[in-house]
Design a protein around this ligand. Structure first.
Ligand SMILES: O=P(O)(O)OC[C@H]1O[C@H](OP(=O)(O)OP(=O)(O)O)[C@H](O)[C@@H]1O
Ligand SMILES: Nc1ncnc2[nH]cnc12
Length: 175
């Protein structure tokens, strides 16, 4: 089975008109999860990075598993109000709403190469907020990697236009 076949689609969630690409069905399947990690490790060959930054919440699942596989540290980029220390914050828009992402100050050292990970990129608002949090600490983005790309929503193209290396393991056309 291809990676894409493990991901189910639920219409009108969380709002009417949104086709929700649900990775819980992929995460729940041991063979699917293994295929996802193997594919990500393969796609990342040739990319040099020091640490993984994962985006709350589904990006934690992919990012932390990958960090374990590759023996890298993991830094959580969290939704607002969850991190106990001093934080840097960025407000952003995503396909179906608005949110705030935060990271602990001092999470990255100057010049560190950070791999940004999330389960999915749609408009790219979330990923761009993650990029800002990393750059605000003078670290470098090694690449931005996603399991799923929704190319019609333009996020991956926006990241590429900004000069970032973008990796995605599968895509769904038609948003
Ligand atoms: O490219 P964008 O339009 O910004 O959308 C992508 C983001 O949307 C989803 O997260 P969501 O905010 O729904 O949070 P969750 O992982 O906690 O469900 C997804 O996991 C990405 O983080
Ligand atoms: N269509 C979609 N499906 C799942 N997660 C998303 N995050 C933003 N848009 C999404």
């Amino acid at each position: 089975m291809a990676l894409k076949d493990y991901i189910r689609t639920i219409p009108d969630f969380p709002k009417p008109g949104i086709l929700f690409r649900d990775v819980t069905s992929l995460f729940a399947d041991a063979a699917g999860f293994e295929l996802m990690l193997d594919s990500m490790v393969n796609a990342l060959s040739g990319i040099r990075f020091d640490v993984i930054a994962g985006i709350d919440a589904r990006g934690f699942i992919v990012g932390a598993a990958l960090a374990g596989r590759l023996q890298k540290g993991f830094v959580p980029l969290r939704k607002e109000g969850k991190l106990p220390g001093s934080v840097i914050r960025v407000a952003y828009r995503l396909e179906y709403g608005e949110a705030v992402l935060e990271v602990h100050t001092g999470s990255f050292k100057k010049g560190m190469r950070v791999l940004l990970i999330d389960d999915l990129i749609a408009t790219g608002g979330t990923a761009e907020a993650g990029v800002q949090l990393i750059k605000a600490q003078s670290a470098d983005i090694a690449a931005c990697a996603f399991v799923v790309d929704l190319p019609d929503l333009g996020g991956s193209a926006r990241l590429q236009e900004a000069g970032h290396t973008v990796i995605s393991l599968c895509s769904f056309e038609g948003a």
